[in-house]
Design a protein around this ligand. Structure first.
Ligand code: SAH
Ligand code: SF4
Ligand code: F3S
Length: 469
């Protein structure tokens, strides 16, 4: 049992009162626009921010130029993400000069770095509102202060705030995200996330189940559970001991839910129980995102990842043996300080050995305040660039070979969208194992689960024909 962290209902109700007052004032006459950077966690936060804005009487703007309230929800995991935000906020200066009523806000992970938030506050006096990830639920109060003429900067770092009952405006109508935990305790030596998102804390399993039941009643059938390290989920509810596989089991029983996905799994905490849950629970998708970061045990140790190359490969074997048809995706960093040609070669051979269906690859980026930032022997930009290119080539080569096995097979696709192509309208969606499939079809199929036979392999995806509804 873990300690429960929850914002009191009285505090949530106070914010709701302020939101209701604002709503009476604004009454749909003003529009908001949110620009989101970073990971799914941030996208989902933006859905909550949208929920609060609508509670306060704002309506969604179709673009930035027609908005009365513009918010940038930022990411700081790599340096270029940060630079882009400074550029894009700066570009709003003219719009603000033309419309003094315009409210400009900057929030998210980057604003949890105090020095960066203060720099932004000083450099751009036309920014009205700055807040981090920890006290988002206080947005009605912050917004009300801004409307009353104040500049607001809220950089709270209290790790104990889990706010339940925030309204959410979800982007999709059949597939959506649900937070199961916040923060991270792992302190991988390259990573800023634990410093900005705070300590690990899990939501109550009862709150999670209630939320998913409501989503099912609204017609959502695919749920992605979000956390920086879902494998260390543990419900804080007194008297019960629900871990991540236990949570999956409970969600698997919810009527109307067809697919359960989750992000992200740290290899050091991937348990036999989770593999068993993936093998036996019918709604849990046959896909795991298992970031390896490097194929060299020496670099993994420097990264503070707490597993070895061999340990990772053994996990992959166990997953493949126990969960037939599973596909694995990953994250990889090249050019971590001290990475030699030999270390990098270990990453290439690991990619070939695992056979990932997708790999998100990054050049190491120095993050102030992390251990790796002050390590000697940083790798040059030129070498990082070269390694990234070689790694991406290696991923594509391996992928092409592996995709061949799909030709002549059938699978169920959840249709996500439709593209106009030279050969007509093509519907696309994903198999349970996260592989993308294209097939002739139109918008009417979106949201449906359909059987498709695979005829062709493309670079990152498969092509097929509809078999039955
Ligand atoms: N909690 C998740 C995701 C964290 S951020 C996890 O542990 O996997 C997503 C990815 O960004 C990481 O997996 C890592 O590959 C990459 N990343 C994090 N910090 C980085 C840095 N300083 N430079 C380059 N890539 C980084
Ligand atoms: Fe960053 Fe590591 Fe935590 Fe992932 S597990 S968020 S990479 S510190
Ligand atoms: Fe996500 Fe970027 Fe924050 S990756 S957790 S939005 S630093």
């Amino acid at each position: 049992m873990k300690k429960e962290f929850k914002v009191s209902q009285a505090d949530i109700l106070l914010q709701k009162d302020i939101a209701d007052q604002l709503s009476g004032l604004i009454c749909g006459t003003k529009k908001y626009y949110i620009q989101t950077y970073g990971c799914q966690m941030n996208s989902h936060d933006s859905e909550k921010i949208a929920g609060i804005f609508e509670q306060c009487g704002f309506v969604k703007a179709s673009d930035k130029t027609s908005a009365d309230l513009i918010v940038f929800n930022t990411c700081c995991v790599r340096e270029h993400a940060e630079l882009r935000v400074f550029g894009n906020v700066g570009a709003l200066r003219t719009q603000k000069e033309e419309n003094h009523e315009l409210i400009i806000g900057v929030c998210g992970c980057m604003m949890q770095q105090e020095d960066v938030a203060k720099k932004l506050y000083k450099r751009y006096p036309f920014v009205d509102l700055i807040f981090g990830t920890h006290e988002m639920y206080k947005l009605p109060e912050m917004l009300s202060n801004v409307i009353n003429g104040q500049r607001v900067i809220n950089l709270a770092k209290n790790d104990d705030d889990i706010a339940e009952g925030i309204p959410v405006i979800r982007n999709g109508s059949f597939s959506t995200n649900v937070n199961i935990m916040y923060g991270c305790n792992n302190f991988c030596s390259y990573c800023i996330v634990p410093y900005v998102r705070g300590r690990e804390r899990s939501r109550s399993h009862k709150d999670i189940i209630d939320e998913i039941r409501q989503l099912s009643a609204l017609g959502y059938t695919e749920i992605t559970l979000l956390g920086q390290n879902v494998n260390s989920y543990r419900s804080p509810d007194a008297g019960e001991s629900i871990d991540f596989p236990g949570l999956l089991k409970l969600i698997n029983e919810i009527d109307g839910i067809e697919r359960i996905r989750f992000l992200t799994s740290h290899p050091k905490d991937l348990s036999h129980r989770l593999i068993e849950a993936m093998a036996t629970l019918d709604k849990v998708c046959k896909h795991i995102h298992l970031p390896v970061q490097s194929g060299s045990t020496r670099i993994l140790d420097e990264m503070n990842r707490k597993y070895t190359r061999e340990g990772y490969l053994a996990l992959v074997d166990e997953l493949k043996k126990n969960v037939p048809g599973i596909e694995i995706t990953t994250d990889i960093i090249v050019g971590f300080p001290g990475e030699t040609d030999e270390d990098f070669n270990d990453t290439l051979t690991l990619v070939e050995a695992v056979g990932y269906s997708a790999a998100y690859t990054f050049k190491y980026s120095k993050r102030k305040g992390t251990k790796a930032a002050v390590m000697q022997n940083q790798v040059s930009e030129e070498v990082k660039k070269q390694r990234l290119r070689r790694l991406n080539d290696c991923v594509v080569m391996t992928l092409k070979m592996l995709n061949e096995k799909y030709i002549g097979t059938r699978g169920v696709v959840l249709v996500e969208g439709c593209d106009d192509t030279r050969s007509g309208k093509m519907a696309f969606g994903k198999l349970s194992n996260f592989k993308t499939v294209y097939f002739p079809g139109d918008e009417s199929l979106i949201g449906q689960y359909l059987v498709v036979s695979i005829d062709e392999v493309m670079n990152n995806s498969l092509k097929g024909t509809l078999v039955s509804k």
